[in-house]
Design a protein around this ligand. Structure first.
Ligand SMILES: NC(=O)c1ccc[n+]([C@@H]2O[C@H](COP(=O)([O-])OP(=O)(O)OC[C@H]3O[C@@H](n4cnc5c(N)ncnc54)[C@H](OP(=O)(O)O)[C@@H]3O)[C@@H](O)[C@H]2O)c1
Length: 283
């Protein structure tokens, strides 16, 4: 991975941080995207120490804000002429529905629309750097979801799982549609489920109930370590075995079928159009 530039969103904790360490160890030039300078700088120091590699950079962005995503793409392009791997890893799960500064339901905005927008804004540099890869961190609970075009923002029916699962299904539909549209460009797009990974995600949400916190504490020892959870992201970002592979969903470094709805081209096409509108992209 020497000389390969890899951007990882949400790289200050959990799976994203472990992915950054793994790719830095392979010699990649890692660009972390984090929303908080202090947490980002602390993680950057850890990643450098753990990998023994100094080519780790930090860009700040709040992915819930489309203006911030646009600034991130600009800031990246001002610093780097090439991008070989984009890992859309950042994600949140929220117990209470909230809206972003752009008026979009927050989980849908961070877990799906931000990857959609960021990938589009970086597509020119990805194509110019081909062979290049887009890796989207989804989740297996997408199987329980359906895209509800009448209530994409979960106004009528919100729950932590519903919002997260719909956003992850949207991310998978986007990955497959992107792979189709990028055919022949040398840029691949794949997505993955990292497994059930022990991270701090549940404790970050102030609306996680005491009971849910207790239950998570009890099951956490049985979950995968972030290092183990990062293995498929690292594999998709770096392995020569998947250099030509695109439009697939992976678990434990192996392609597996995702839900039937995730393969629906009509839904993917409609979602793409809605997402272009919601992000103000012109194409
Ligand atoms: N853990 C699991 O079992 C599991 C299972 C399936 C899928 N996943 C997916 O794996 C990915 C990584 O999750 P994780 O478990 O490693 O959780 P995590 O430790 O909470 O990592 C999530 C990362 O996303 C960042 N993030 C959240 N909102 C952001 C925003 N508005 N702007 C910028 N960054 C933001 C977080 O930053 P802060 O630290 O500042 O909050 C953090 O760095 C997520 O997409 C998650 O949905 C995880």
């Amino acid at each position: 991975m020497d000389g390969r530039v890899c951007m990882i969103t949400g790289a200050n904790s959990g799976i994203g941080k472990a992915t950054a360490v793994g790719l830095a160890k392979m010699g990649a030039s890692v660009v972390m995207v984090c929303r908080d300078r202090q947490r980002g700088e602390a993680a950057m120091a850890e990643i450098k120490a753990a990998s023994g590699h100094q080519k780790v950079d930090l860009l700040l962005a709040d992915l819930s804000s489309q203006a911030s995503v646009r600034q991130l793409a600009q800031a990246f392009k001002a610093r780097y002429p090439q991008l070989h791997v984009l890992i859309n890893n950042a994600g949140i799960a929220l117990g209470k529905r909230s809206l972003t500064i752009d008026g979009i339901e927050t989980v849908f905005a961070v877990n799906y629309l931000a990857p959609f927008l960021l990938t589009h804004l970086l597509l020119d540099v990805l194509k110019a750097s081909a062979p290049a890869r887009v890796v989207n961190v989804a989740g297996d609970y997408h199987r329980r979801a359906s895209i509800n075009f009448d209530d994409l923002m979960s106004e009528q029916n919100y729950s932590r799982l519903r919002a997260n699962n719909q956003a992850k299904l949207a991310l998978i539909l986007f990955t497959y549609e992107l792979a189709r549209r990028l055919d022949g460009t040398g840029v691949t797009a794949n997505c993955l489920h990292p497994g059930a990974v022990a991270t701090d995600a549940p404790s970050k949400d102030p609306d996680t109930s005491a009971l849910a916190r207790l239950m998570y504490k009890l099951v956490k020892p049985f979950f995968l370590s972030p290092e183990k959870g990062a293995e498929t992201s690292i594999y998709l970002a770096s392995s020569p075995q998947v250099e030509q592979v695109t439009g697939q969903y992976f678990i434990k470094k192996a392609p597996v079928p995702s839900s039937p709805e995730s393969y629906d081209g009509a839904i993917a096409g409609r979602l793409w159009e809605v997402s272009v509108e919601l992000t103000g992209l012109t194409a």
